[in-house]
Design a protein. Structure first.
Length: 117
């Protein structure tokens, strides 16, 4: 599966953005999807994930209550709605996918999110 992320940009603290990730392939609905991010000088970290069926989501504590992951299997797209953005959310955000258990095997090219204070 190939992933194309979009929707990044520059926003003021307290603002919002919605990231989208379009996936190729006819079996998108069989993949768990997620988002990682990497801030300058920091390690890449998991942000949020959603099961292939869409019935379960999970996220890192630092974004709980602010970020929401969702998917539209008919459109082969996964979204990350980011509200109440903080400067510490500044990072390159990567869309990821996996089939079955284990790590995320497929990565998109990343989209830059910059939150100014």
């Amino acid at each position: 599966v190939q992933l194309q992320a979009s929707g990044g940009g520059v926003v003021q603290a307290g603002g919002f953005l919605r990231l989208s990730c379009a996936a190729s392939g006819r079996t998108f609905s069989k993949y768990d999807m997620g988002w990682f991010r990497q801030a300058p000088g920091k390690e890449r970290e998991f942000v949020a994930g959603i099961r292939w069926s869409g019935d379960r989501t999970y996220s890192v504590d630092s974004v709980k209550g602010r970020f929401t992951i969702s998917r539209d299997n008919a459109e082969n797209t996964v979204y990350l709605q980011m509200n109440s953005l903080k400067p510490e959310d500044t990072a390159v955000y990567y869309c990821v996918a996996r089939y079955g258990v284990g790590g995320y095997d497929y990565w998109g090219q990343g989209t830059q999110v910059t939150v100014s204070s």
